[in-house]
Design a protein around this ligand. Structure first.
Ligand SMILES: *Cc1c(COP(=O)(O)O)cnc(C)c1O
Length: 391
């Protein structure tokens, strides 16, 4: 039988066809009016998509580049910083701040959990230059409460900058970026905006811009001040990934058109889509007897399904790929073999969700020899969808 390839990975995510066409036809030089018009439009759309009045900077680098840029631009060697880590991406923050010779205090939550805010309150000191955290920890499927964290920062250390890796948080999670005072919010192209890897973007607050004037860490390609100056004219400091910027424009148009051209409402619809598909997936898998790796604070970006004792997820994913050409992903690092991660961010729909749950029914019966009835998982997922539609 025909088996269509379906990516269920939390980055890269499935590509929006309209964005692929825009890429293919983006045959232009970047120092032209044609490009400037495109880039200015994309920058304006991104601001609304992110939900900020702050300047948004686009870099031709994947999300890690934007993470590094935020550290390079805002810190000086020896700065005390606070890193909150609950998985592989939190650990990446620790690695980057150490590479730039900061002195991190690190709060660690066990894989599969979020932070205890009381512990953060105890550790956070006014002398911390910045807090580094994820909005959603993609390696475990956990959502962190960024708004509560921002509130805590406002009380305990109001001058400490809050840097949020929202690379899978954007388009899956509601947050009021300016209202709660997020100083840098980072997004990436291969996640909820439905285009290939290669772009990242940062929304930067006024006080973060001010902090860059006195910070001492080295930066050249990632000098955000240079990018800001060029962005005003619709340009970037160096050759940008022109085709990806064209794709981003097409994807943002698509998102706005989900709500009659209203970008903010389109983004909210995209978040609702991810939330509904995530809830349906959780319900479907649990109805089949599977448990969640991150049951207490699940994100809408991706779901991490724990595999039962004696089952290796690396092997299970091979079976899922072979039988259904569906590609969810394994745990990262020491979590390999322990989970199956399924994405909901970006260009996923209800039909993708139902198909995945149905495939898991086959795999549970045939490969895992579990006593599950056909339709049990699908019915639970359908119920979530039906109830969500009624809202
Ligand atoms: C994908 C992702 C990144 C960026 O990784 P790149 O490989 O540089 O694109 C960073 N943080 C989180 C939470 C992510 O999901």
């Amino acid at each position: 039988m025909i088996r269509k390839v379906r990516l269920y990975t939390p980055g890269p995510t499935p590509l929006l066809p309209a964005a692929q066409f825009a890429m293919a036809s983006a045959d232009m030089h970047h120092r032209t009016q044609e490009f400037r018009t495109l880039f200015l439009k994309v920058l304006a759309q991104l601001k609304v998509f992110v939900g900020t009045k702050n300047d948004v900077i686009v870099l031709s680098a994947t999300g890690t580049g934007a993470m590094e840029a935020s550290v390079a631009n805002l810190t000086s060697p020896g700065d005390k910083v606070l890193v909150l880590t609950a998985g592989k991406f939190g650990e990446r923050w620790t690695g980057i701040v150490k590479a730039f010779n900061c002195a991190p205090d690190v709060i660690t939550a066990p894989y599969g959990q979020t932070f205890d805010l009381a512990e953060v309150r105890k550790a956070l000191k006014p002398e911390h230059k910045a807090i580094f955290v994820q909005a959603t920890e993609t390696s475990t499927g956990v959502r962190h409460d960024v708004e509560a964290l921002a509130k805590l920062r406002n009380e305990v250390a109001p001058n400490t900058l809050l840097i949020v890796d929202a690379i899978t948080g954007l388009g899956t999670t509601k947050f009021d970026v300016d209202g709660c005072g997020i100083d840098v919010l980072i997004g990436g192209s291969q996640k909820a905006v439905m285009i290939p890897p290669g772009l990242s973007y940062l929304a930067v607050s006024d006080r973060a811009w001010a902090a860059m004037e006195t910070s001492k860490n080295p930066r050249y390609y990632f000098d955000l001040r240079k990018e800001r100056k060029n962005a005003v004219k619709g340009e970037s400091a160096y050759t940008p990934a022109v085709a990806l910027i064209a794709a981003l424009g097409a994807a943002l148009d698509y998102i706005a058109n989900q709500a009659g051209g209203d970008m903010a409402a389109g983004r909210d619809a995209l978040i609702h889509n991810a939330e509904t598909n995530a809830a349906a997936t959780r319900a479907g898998l649990q109805a089949l007897g599977f448990s969640l790796f991150s049951p207490t604070a699940p994100s809408a970006a991706c779901t991490a399904m724990a595999v039962p004792e004696g089952v290796n997820s690396t092997e299970l994913i091979k079976v899922i790929k072979k039988r259904f050409a569906a590609a969810p992903t394994d745990g990262q690092g020491e979590m390999a073999g322990k989970m199956v991660r399924i994405a909901h961010l970006g260009f996923f729909d209800y039909m993708d969700t139902i198909a995945f749950v149905a495939a898991m029914e086959h795999v549970a019966r045939d490969t895992m020899k579990q006593d599950v009835a056909f339709g049990a998982g699908v019915a639970a997922a359908q119920k979530v969808y039906a109830d969500a539609k009624a809202v």
